[in-house]
Structures are given as structure tokens and as C-alpha cells.
Design a protein around this ligand. Structure first.
Ligand SMILES: CC(C)(COP(=O)(O)OP(=O)(O)OC[C@H]1O[C@@H](n2cnc3c(N)ncnc32)[C@H](O)[C@@H]1OP(=O)(O)O)[C@@H](O)C(=O)NCCC(=O)NCCS
Length: 166
């Protein structure tokens, strides 16, 4: 397997939308083709993981980070089922944390379903702390969790982010 991680370009949009439909369901609020085009062209950070051993250079994962003032927010992270458990999400997160901290961002945050233990464990390993519980964030009875990491002079400082969670 040879996976390349790079900034997304407009020719990735069809593959990204395909991936989105494979990983998420309509009620998750799928990113449309238009939304992917917008993010590729915007100042947001959209990284793709591409399997360059496949004939069509298939897009097998992505991470989307939005920026607002000095804060960054991981809007979405996904890896297709057959490529999971091979460290692709970890690599995408590593790249994002390096880029965001080197940009001088003060904080990076994200929201995740409270039941998504796999993702919560992944983010925790990278130093994200649970900041706030978000009741009903994903719809009635479906709670979210806000996790974040603060940066001090470009270095991650996760412990300063622990808030009153419950
Ligand atoms: C969450 C997701 C992005 C992980 O992608 P991945 O490429 O399989 O993850 P990695 O192989 O890099 O593993 C990263 C960590 O995730 C956790 N993890 C991965 N697979 C796991 C499993 N089957 N069970 C429990 N934890 C698991 C582990 O902590 C793992 O670290 P480790 O290898 O040191 O044990 C992927 O499962 C996915 O796309 N899920 C659906 C969409 C989603 O939930 N996105 C996050 C929304 S906030």
C-alpha cells in the first residue's frame, strides 16, 4: 500500500464526494460536491489521503479544517472502511496539527458524537481534551462532545483546555 497525503485540488472533488457517501449517512449532513469545491478553493485546509497503487488513484481519506481568526476547527475526518486501522487518520491528524501549530493558531477544536469511542480515543491520543458536552448536538437524543487542544508558541498544550465537561 502506498498512501500519499496532500492538499486537495478540484479534481479530487468527485472522489471526495464518493468517499463521503461511503462513510457517512444523509442524517450526518453529508458534504456536497459544491461544498467540497468551496473548501478546495477557500483558505480552509482540506487534505486527502490518496492510494496511489490503485489504477485510478483513489481518495481513501480526508480531513477538513476550518479557520476563524486564530482558531482552527476540524470539521470532518473520514477514512473508507477497507483502509481503516492502517494509521491513515493518525497521519492526517499529525499533518493538521503540525500545519495549524506552525500557522500560529491558538486553539484547534472539533465536535464528535459522544458514542464514537474510536474517534474520541484517537483524538485523546493526540492530546485533545474533552471540553464540553453538547446535548442534542446531532439531533434529539444524540449528544456531542467538544474536544480541543491549545497551542502555546506553536506547541500543543492540551492540559490547559480541560473545562467543566459535565
Ligand atoms: C475514526 C476514523 C477516521 C479512524 O480512521 P483510521 O484510519 O482507521 O484510524 P487509524 O488507523 O489512524 O487509527 C487511529 C486510532 O483510532 C483508534 N482506532 C482505530 N480503529 C479502531 C478500532 N477498530 N477500535 C477502536 N479504536 C480504533 C485507535 O485509537 C487508533 O490508534 P492505535 O492504532 O494507536 O490503536 C475512521 O474509523 C472513520 O472514518 N470513521 C467514520 C467517520 C468518523 O467517525 N469520523 C470522525 C468523526 S469526528
Amino acid at each position: 500500500m502506498s498512501i500519499i497525503i496532500r492538499i486537495a485540488v478540484t479534481t479530487d472533488v468527485a472522489g471526495l464526494r464518493h468517499l463521503e457517501e461511503e462513510v457517512f449517512v444523509e442524517s450526518d449532513g453529508l458534504l456536497t460536491r459544491g461544498a467540497f469545491y468551496y473548501h478546495v478553493r477557500s483558505k480552509n485546509l482540506l487534505l486527502v489521503a490518496e492510494n496511489d497503487t490503485s489504477e485510478e488513484n483513489r481518495c481513501v481519506g480526508y480531513i477538513l479544517v476550518l479557520f476563524r481568526r486564530s482558531k482552527a476547527r476540524i470539521y470532518s475526518l473520514a477514512v473508507v472502511n477497507e483502509f481503516r486501522g492502517r494509521g491513515i487518520a493518525k497521519e492526517l491528524l499529525t499533518r493538521v496539527i503540525n500545519i495549524v501549530s506552525s500557522m500560529g493558531c491558538a486553539k484547534i477544536s472539533l465536535e464528535v458524537r459522544e458514542t464514537n469511542q474510536k474517534a474520541i480515543l484517537l483524538y485523546s491520543k493526540y492530546g485533545f481534551s474533552k471540553e464540553k458536552r453538547l446535548p442534542g448536538y446531532y439531533g434529539p437524543g444524540s449528544n456531542g462532545l467538544r474536544m480541543c487542544m491549545k497551542f502555546m508558541d506553536g506547541a500543543a498544550e492540551s492540559s490547559s483546555c480541560i473545562g467543566n465537561m459535565y
